[in-house]
Design a protein around this ligand. Structure first.
Ligand code: MG
Length: 281
């Protein structure tokens, strides 16, 4: 397979990614698909989506889970609402995540990505063992489907993420590395973090950001790939170092401005193609 096929984050009826017809117009071969809403997760819809993807020449490399009630408004709101960490929704979301994995299987996709949420940093927190048990159960469900789970980076430092992966102790648990999230959340310099978790990286987001004045307390600012503090060329060179040759999936979360979003993703495609020529020769 081609090394580093370009991709975009896309969605059908839910989530922030570009629509599938925009992905087609961008001419990229792969997408990360935000899971469609629950009523669309049926066999008939899976056949319909698969036919459309085939017609558009698109392959889904990862299906990303998302849940009702999640909000990325600010960092404390993420901690309260996102992923499997909030205790009041943990059980229901665990069930839904299994359903999303089953839907991904209907689409023929062998990886499910998600933001697990702000993992408690103190393993003595009573929530920690319960969270481990939930993630193990979902990993085991996915194993039955022949699937991996990819944890999106951002809320944790690389060391905390490594600890969590170690503690879950499942061999189908991996990482979707998003360098911009490290900056947005203020959880560490992205490239040293990428080297640390490199052995677990099975998918990536090409997203860029600028550091906040008070990292970790307030959001950094998301900017088009190649124009922020990630350093796009060094990011790709670090992917060579860790031996990553999977898709380079562009993420640009400004769905309220679809024209600008498409233009900036198109620009990111050109940045990546140029860097691929430079780095891979
Ligand atoms: Mg991301």
């Amino acid at each position: 397979m081609e090394k580093w096929p370009v991709g975009v984050f896309a969605s059908i009826d839910a989530g922030l990614g570009v629509k599938l017809d925009v992905a087609r117009e961008l001419g990229v071969p792969t997408v990360h698909l935000h899971t469609p809403h629950k009523p669309s997760r049926t066999e008939a819809k899976a056949r319909e989506f698969s036919a459309k993807l085939k017609e558009f020449g698109l392959r889904i490399s990862v299906v990303f889970a998302g849940f009702e009630g999640e909000s990325y408004a600010d960092i404390p709101t993420v901690a309260k609402t996102v992923g499997l960490v909030p205790p009041q929704t943990r059980e229901a979301r665990k069930q839904e995540l299994k359903e999303i994995a089953d839907f991904a299987k209907l689409l023929g996709v062998d990886a499910v990505g998600l933001h697990v949420g702000f993992i408690p940093h103190d393993p003595a927190n009573p929530s920690y063992p319960d969270l481990l048990a939930v993630v193990r159960e979902v990993c085991d469900h996915c194993r039955g489907n022949g699937q991996r789970i990819h944890l999106e980076t951002g809320q944790e430092t690389a060391d905390a993420l490594l600890q969590f992966l170690h503690d879950v102790d499942r061999d189908n648990l991996f990482v979707n590395f998003d360098p911009a999230n490290m900056i947005l959340y203020g959880s560490g310099e992205p490239l040293p973090a990428l080297r640390k978790v490199g052995a677990y990286v099975r998918s990536v987001h090409c997203k860029d950001a600028k550091w906040a004045a008070r990292p970790g307390e307030e959001w950094g600012t998301e900017v088009p790939f190649g124009t922020g503090d990630v350093n796009a060329e060094q990011f790709l060179r670090t992917l060579v170092e860790i031996g990553y040759d999977g898709p380079l999936t562009i993420e640009r979360e400004i769905p309220q401005e679809p024209h600008r979003q498409k233009a900036e993703i198109g620009q990111a495609v050109r940045v990546i193609e140029e860097l691929k020529r430079k780095i891979l020769g």
